[in-house]
Design a protein around this ligand. Structure first.
Ligand SMILES: NC(=O)c1ccc[n+]([C@@H]2O[C@H](COP(=O)([O-])OP(=O)(O)OC[C@H]3O[C@@H](n4cnc5c(N)ncnc54)[C@H](OP(=O)(O)O)[C@@H]3O)[C@@H](O)[C@H]2O)c1
Length: 283
């Protein structure tokens, strides 16, 4: 089943498989730079996670998660040198309620992605950087990723004993902020210093907000599932702490029209500018 290209407008059908893989995101960064991109699936009313009544945990709603979006998620992962995620992901993993985010290409349906990485000179799996202020990270969950480098990133005021314990367990801890919080600009600098050329941000709104506020996110991939979820206990993609309005320019838009649930696949470039004031619009 193909998807319909709406923008740039040409109305052609495109295969879902390979749609994002053709973007060569691992080659977008200019010399001595890194290309950082994020990806979400949201309902039409903007929910990326809802609170589960029984556990109190926030999870991606099962009614919008779907294999066609997951295929594109994996294609984006395949093009990354490193995936940026949150401490909370590993805490949820330890409790058995995390969405399965890793690794790339597990199972026959995704074997082509493992091959694609090999053919394009990338390591079998992207590294993982975990952002945390608290450093409350379950070691067993971190250790479950045996096939790639896992690095912790935190602020320099975080707990030094916890940092030492993580280092002793084999997880390098890097500092990217003067307080306990990781600053987006410092994180980008770290990525460049470590030779990463493409970084895929798969965390929630806080990490996303840190990147957007610092103006270091290059692109946003957003799947909008055409369903309304309602409710008042949810996350959106931008979080509470966005320090400025962020402008976006659409690069591509596809319609995935299915009887079982339709969705839009959008790719945006972040313009990182404040909107025009009323006075500027009028002049
Ligand atoms: N629908 C989707 O596409 C999608 C995608 C991603 C996530 N989600 C969902 O959204 C919800 C929230 O996700 P999340 O927990 O990954 O989100 P998050 O809000 O980005 O991250 C939360 C945790 O990450 C650490 N963190 C965030 N920003 C930091 C910074 N600047 N410096 C240092 N540490 C920082 C903190 O860990 P410490 O507490 O250890 O300090 C914080 O508790 C989850 O339910 C998840 O499943 C949905």
């Amino acid at each position: 089943m193909s998807v319909l290209q709406l923008f740039p407008p040409d109305g052609s059908g495109q295969n879902l498989q390979g749609l994002y893989l053709a973007m060569s995101l691992h080659q977008q960064a200019s010399a001595d730079d890194v290309f950082i991109y994020a990806n979400y699936i949201a309902s039409l009313d903007g929910r990326i996670a809802m609170e589960k009544a029984d556990s109190g945990e926030f999870e991606v709603p099962a009614s919008i998660a779907n294999p066609r979006d997951w295929r594109l998620y994996q294609e984006l992962a395949a093009q990354s040198d490193v995936m940026l995620t949150s401490a909370r992901y590993f805490r949820q993993l330890a409790k058995g309620c995390a969405q399965d985010l890793l690794p790339v290409g597990e199972g026959d349906d995704y074997a082509d992605l493992v091959r694609w990485r090999r053919e394009h000179g990338l390591k079998p799996q992207p590294d993982v950087m975990v952002l945390s202020s608290s450093l409350d990270l379950p070691l067993a969950a971190l250790q479950s990723l045996t096939d790639r480098q896992v690095i912790i990133v935190t602020g320099s005021s975080s707990d030094a004993n916890k940092r030492a314990l993580l280092e002793a367990a084999g997880f390098p801890v890097l500092l990217a902020g003067d307080g306990r919080i990781v600053e987006g600009g410092r994180l980008k600098q770290l990525l460049i210093e470590h030779g990463y050329r493409s970084a895929y941000m798969i965390a929630g709104p806080e990490v996303h907000g840190a990147l957007l506020s610092a103006g270091v996110l290059d692109e946003l991939f957003l799947t909008t599932h055409l369903s309304l979820l309602g409710g008042d206990r949810f996350y959106t993609i931008a979080g509470r702490e966005l320090k400025k309005t962020v402008g976006l320019q659409i690069q591509s838009l596809y319609l995935d029209q299915l009887d079982t649930g339709s969705q839009l696949f959008a790719r945006f470039r972040v313009c990182d500018r404040e909107p025009l004031t009323d006075m500027e619009v009028g002049s």
